[in-house]
Design a protein around this ligand. Structure first.
Ligand SMILES: C[S@@+](CC[C@H](N)C(=O)[O-])C[C@H]1O[C@@H](n2cnc3c(N)ncnc32)[C@H](O)[C@@H]1O
Length: 314
């Protein structure tokens, strides 16, 4: 069952039972970037420290509601200081993603990966005294050292040049003839799938283009292609996926398409209404269990599941 809540994420999360969601994938407001025009919004704090403290409050609650083997996939970008403060000078890159990552690690999260989302279609920035930014981070955090993670979901085809590189110039007399850095060559190059494709373990740089903004859309939507591998690796069909900064509902749309339930929270009721309309158009993958039930009781299961109306909390 999927649910949408309107309100402040840290507050709303307090009403959600402990250990009730499998994973969280989210993209909080960036520091000092946008004005979401709502009291209590995150991202407009007077200092990066205050911003980090507010995010920590939200992710403390996320930690509480996650299953013990659950994961958090957190998309975050950096910002430049527009004025000096503490030991940061005007023009300095602040280091927001790592400030947050270290703060969450101190709160008990296991920091497991720093995935780089390389924006393949990033527009050049105006600044002429530094390279243009074209990436953001997706941190993978786990609640426990052992957690649910389907690594097959992130498998990638082995590039022809990688294969050639490993097979090239290997003398039969070399102790590395059939191996690479102590690992079997085959293992290093990956498995052959049932369809005959050779795949290797997923890597931590993901090349994905950003969404083009269209009038009337949420202007900070993350791409479905970014959310999909996170949901596939972090949950099974029928599990619940949380996004406490739901915006246009990308997480809900992908979760529904992949046969997961979702819980979405946002401060802005207009975003939630639009998200609900967007998600209503998504065709849900019927789970194996539901499919079996449908065969037995066609009448009772005929209606499409729809999320609750957004309701005010707090
Ligand atoms: C970067 S956007 C999320 C976009 C979303 N990933 C998508 O694909 O559309 C951040 C969202 O956080 C919401 N927000 C800001 N402060 C909040 C708070 N304190 N509690 C809940 N939501 C908040 C904003 O309204 C905005 O929709």
């Amino acid at each position: 069952m999927s649910e949408l809540y309107c309100g402040d994420a840290a507050q709303v999360l307090q009403s959600i039972p402990r250990r009730s969601v499998q994973m969280c994938v989210t993209s909080p407001p960036y520091y000092g970037l946008r004005d979401y025009e709502k009291d209590g919004q995150i991202g407009r704090e007077s200092s990066p420290e205050a911003y980090i403290a507010n995010l920590v409050k939200v992710f403390d609650e996320v930690y509480r509601v996650l299953m013990d083997d659950g994961t958090l996939w957190l998309n975050i970008g950096d910002a430049y200081a527009h004025r000096p403060y503490a030991n940061v000078k005007r023009k300095d890159l602040i280091g927001i993603p790592w400030m947050l990552a270290f703060a969450l690690r101190e709160r008990g999260w296991y920091l497991r990966s720093d995935v780089i989302w390389r924006k393949t279609n990033a527009m050049p920035e105006g600044a002429k005294d530094r390279p243009s930014r074209c990436y953001e981070h997706i941190f993978l955090f786990a609640k426990s050292p052992r957690y649910y993670f389907d690594y097959h979901a992130l498998e990638q085809p082995v590039a022809a040049e990688t294969k050639a590189r490993y097979q090239r110039n290997r003398s039969e007399r070399s102790k590395y003839f059939a191996s690479s850095y102590g690992q079997g060559l085959e293992k290093h190059l990956g498995q052959v799938t049932e369809e005959g494709r050779q795949v290797c373990r997923g890597k931590d740089v993901w090349d994905i283009s950003t969404n083009a903004y269209r009038m009337g859309e949420h202007f900070a939507m993350f791409p479905e292609k970014l959310v999909e591998p996170c949901i596939l690796a972090g949950s099974k069909e029928g599990d619940t996926v949380l996004d406490p900064f739901f915006g246009s509902g990308t997480t809900g749309a992908v979760a529904k398409r992949l046969g997961r339930s979702y819980i979405g929270i946002d401060l802005n009721p207009c975003y939630l209404e639009k998200a609900e309309m967007r998600i209503a158009l998504v065709k849900s993958k019927p789970s194996q269990e539901n499919a079996a039930e449908k065969l037995q009781k066609p009448q009772e299961n005929a209606a499409e599941e729809s999320p609750k109306r957004p309701r005010e909390v707090g």
